[in-house]
Design a binder for this molecule. Structure first.
Ligand code: NAP
Length: 452
């Protein structure tokens, strides 16, 4: 372990004077190593843009002895330390790229309370403890920036928070998890089974050994909470995000979607209604001509609808060391500039404090696949149940040889219907009632239709 030098405030940059700002990096993994590399390799450019030299004074890791790419060559080995607390105390700017809740939360608080500005990419931490940390940053008059926490390299936090500050955002639809987009894209373009596509994503380094956070929608839910909070000036907690992953999606769902002109995507949705804010993550059918339908592979995109601006689309790489480091470094240069002028960047804006609606209040369209008895009267019974629950049918098709009917048993007929917009609660009651009728054998799948 190398010693962390004591802070030398005599070298601090002052408004209008060239100087040095001390940068502490917490983490030297996928993203941290790229940030370190850029701080060293592009030191002159960054100094010119920030207005002060950004001096990397230390990098906190768990294990300083582990061999690491670039350390000992580009990145001096003596920068590594396992004393993250002392490193934080020595810095003007702290970049947290450790991930997880603790010790990241405690170290960020320590940095803020010590007067340092903080840049983080930690969506999980912000979705759970954002308000506490933003309040601490406001009290201390320092920046807490997090562009990289949502959709990696894609500038979305700044556009929503600053460029659209004069507009009214109505809806945000995001493909914010590259792993699940890759998996669904493989299922769509190659007819792959979900498990095979997940394995392929793991082999390519898109998915973790344990893919739960991605495929169950936890990662996207944390980003949805952050996006909704920004878009609607309302604090949205992670536990207020309705979440459903992609594990129930089958090749037959993908084929049925295509038949009606849609593709299946995992969407993070934040929507403002007359009653409040609906925030949810779930697989959804997106019309084939919607810009989000064209987002392929592991790419991310965020589609924003605002009253004045109309539709806006932000597209790019949502993960990876260098792309994510790009967003981190942008925040770092901004935080440095703010310090030099003696101010801070935008504060957290939660003034609207809109109610966050329960999951069953969401209003959307649905595509439902059913297996019914292959005898007269089945369709009439299905239509009757929907009508009884106030859910109106947009389209309904039934044929024994439908290409998506591979999972329907002999002697049964596959039915594919789409509804007009209905409340989640009404649809749930409808599905329940359908299951109790004598002619419906199985509700094969229920998928929401979004982006229309
Ligand atoms: P990573 O590769 O796992 O690296 C984490 C680093 O933090 C490692 O260097 C690790 O030290 C260090 N660390 C972890 N716990 C520590 C502790 N208790 N004390 C000291 N050091 C500790 O993570 P990553 O992929 O770079 O992600 C970092 C952050 O960026 C996360 O919040 C993640 O959600 C976010 N992010 C990542 C991506 C991406 O594409 N990877 C994209 C967007 C956002 P050792 O090396 O010694 O283990």
């Amino acid at each position: 372990m190398s010693a962390v030098p004591a802070p030398d405030r005599s070298t601090d940059a002052r408004p209008g004077t060239p100087g040095t700002l001390r940068v502490a990096l917490l983490g030297c993994g996928v993203v941290g190593s790229e940030v370190a590399r850029a701080l060293i390799e592009h030191a002159d450019d960054l100094a010119a843009r920030a207005g002060a030299h950004l001096d990397l004074v230390g990098i906190a890791v768990r294990d300083t002895s582990r061999p690491r790419d670039g350390v000992g060559t580009v990145i001096p080995a003596e920068l590594l330390t396992d004393d993250a607390g002392a490193l934080v105390d020595s810095a003007d700017l702290v970049v947290e790229l450790m991930g997880g809740i603790e010790p990241a939360r405690g170290l960020i608080r320590r940095a803020i309370e010590g007067g340092a500005s903080v840049v983080t990419a930690n969506k999980a931490l912000l979705a759970e403890h954002g308000p506490e940390l933003f309040e601490a940053a406001d009290d201390a008059g320092v920046d807490l920036s997090f562009e990289a926490a949502v959709a990696g390299a894609i500038p979305i936090v700044r556009p929503v928070r600053e460029s659209l500050a004069g507009d009214q955002v109505r809806r945000v639809l995001g493909i914010v998890n590259g792993t699940t987009n890759y998996v669904l894209d493989q299922m769509t373009t190659h007819g792959a089974e979900l498990e095979d596509a997940v394995k392929e994503a793991q082999a390519l380094g898109y998915a973790e050994a344990d893919p739960t956070a991605d495929v169950e929608g936890f990662d996207a839910a944390a980003k949805a909470a952050i996006l909704a909070s920004l878009a609607f000036h309302t604090r949205v907690r992670l536990d207020q995000v309705a979440r459903e992953g992609i594990t129930a999606i089958t090749p037959a769902d993908v084929v049925a979607a295509r038949l009606t002109g849609h593709v299946v995507k995992l969407l993070a949705i934040a929507e403002r209604t007359a009653e409040g804010v609906s925030v949810r993550v779930h697989p959804a059918l997106v019309p084939g001509d919607h810009p989000l339908a064209a987002v392929r592979g592991a790419f991310n995109a965020v589609f924003v609808e605002a009253d004045g601006a109309g539709p806006l689309m932000f597209y790019g790489q949502g993960a990876g060391g260098r792309p994510t480091a790009s967003a981190v470094l942008g925040d770092l240069v901004s935080a440095a500039r703010d310090r030099l002028v003696g101010g801070k960047g935008p504060r957290e804006s939660a003034y609207a404090s809109l109610p966050v609606l329960p999951a069953d209040a969401a209003v959307t369209r649905y595509q439902v696949r059913l297996a019914v008895a292959d005898r007269p009267g089945a369709l009439a019974q299905v239509a009757g149940v929907l009508a009884d629950h106030g859910v109106s049918i947009d389209t309904m098709r039934q044929a024994p040889d439908e290409p998506y009917a591979t999972d329907v048993a002999e002697g049964r007929a596959a039915v594919l219907l789409t509804t007009h917009a209905a409340r989640e609660a009404s649809l749930a009651a409808t599905v329940d009632a359908l299951q109790r009728t004598d002619r419906v054998h199985e509700i094969t799948s229920v998928l929401r239709v979004e982006g229309v």
